[in-house]
Write a protein that binds this ligand. Structure first.
Ligand SMILES: [Mg+2]
Length: 360
């Protein structure tokens, strides 16, 4: 049934059924004019918003409605992770054509609710706006942090080391696989043998790279907000600044450097790449580094930490979360980001990552 053929009351009844009773920190959820959240004593409220726009952040041929909703909420939660916050409630606004099927809207909401629950939050409300044009999901994520324990971008000091969680570049490689444009980010022409044209999106399982392709596409589809790591880092006085990698390592390091009034030096040989990312790049004859440096949407945490505390933090993240942390650079006096090769040359960073206003 198309949305225009269903009444708003009917639609909302369906959403309420879908989401069930309020719970967690949400005392009053969908059904009233606003949601009510129980704020734990002595905690500050953390708020962020994030938009997922069809054609810009996703395409419907890549993701099911459920996956689109899930991804939008996971991306928004990553900003809470970067602040060291514990998630509480999600608000989701859908901007959707009235000609769309009601099942699409339901799938988006279901996916959003599931992502919220996966990370200990609740979908507490939202809005549906009927409008022609691309599908859009606007997510507000709220969480709590102990006052003074929030991570910010502004505390990095010269002498700190720069660390990053997980691996970088997988999401950009996944996006390249989905679009069939391996060279869009990597900057040189590459094609996977026997995968031309429309077949680029349906990998032959027998292909030696099929597993790697599936793995990087999964990283694009279901980003992992590093919430537990953010909270772990927030408890340490040695962690001075943090950001999540949404625009690409180079650009996000630039945000940290600028907000902290320091320079950041990154070393290319230390940037952590997954086996899948390396395998694909090798097979295609591409350098995987641009995927990691400028690709974006890895949603790993990049942070600056007192150098003597770095090994203990890496051990703690490994032992308690099973998450590898890698030291990839250091903070110095000055400004900007410098990406160094092992031979001492530096990489020009004219296209330092995703820029909302400059990228097309
Ligand atoms: Mg962010």
């Amino acid at each position: 049934m198309r949305l225009r053929d269903t009444s708003e009351v009917e639609f909302l009844r369906g959403v309420r059924q879908l989401l069930g009773e309020a719970g967690g920190r949400v005392r009053l959820g969908i059904g009233d004019d606003a949601a009510v959240i129980d704020c734990p004593p002595g905690r500050s409220l953390v708020l962020t918003c994030d938009a997922s726009v069809e054609g810009r952040h996703f395409r419907r041929e890549w993701l099911s409605p459920h996956e689109i909703g899930e991804r939008a909420v996971r991306c928004a939660l990553s900003d809470l992770a970067a602040m060291g916050a514990e998630p509480a409630a999600i608000l989701l606004t859908l901007i959707i054509s009235p000609d769309e099927d009601a099942a699409l809207a339901q799938g988006l909401i279901e996916g959003g609710a599931q992502a919220a629950e996966t990370f200990g939050a609740r979908l507490a409300g939202g809005e549906t706006v009927g409008r022609e044009g691309p599908l859009e999901l606007d997510v507000v994520a709220t969480g709590f942090v102990e006052p003074g324990r929030e991570l910010t971008r502004s505390g990095a000091c010269p002498g700190d080391v720069v660390m990053v969680s997980g691996t970088l570049g997988d999401s950009a490689a996944g996006l390249a696989a989905l679009t069939g444009t391996w060279d869009a980010v990597a900057g040189s022409a590459g094609t996977l043998a026997g995968s031309g044209g429309s077949r680029r999106r349906s990998w032959d399982r027998a292909h030696p790279c099929a597993h790697a392709v599936e793995a990087v596409i999964a990283r694009y589809k279901r980003p992992e907000p590093r919430l537990a790591l953010g909270q772990l880092l927030g408890r340490s006085d040695a962690v001075h600044a943090a950001i999540d990698i949404s625009d690409g390592l180079a650009r996000d390091a630039g945000h940290l450097a600028e907000q902290s009034g320091v320079a950041i030096v990154l070393h290319t040989e230390t940037i952590p790449l997954s086996t899948e990312c390396r395998t694909l790049a090798e097979h295609l004859g591409l350098d995987p580094l641009p995927w990691a440096l400028t690709g974006g949407e890895d949603f790993e945490l990049l942070f600056c930490v007192r150098s003597d505390a770095a090994p203990a933090i890496a051990r703690l993240a490994h032992d308690s979360l099973g998450l590898p942390l890698t030291t990839i650079g250091e903070v110095t006096e000055g400004h900007g980001v410098c990406v160094m090769h092992p031979d001492g040359t530096d990489l020009p960073l004219r296209q330092g990552g995703w820029d909302q206003f400059r990228s097309t």
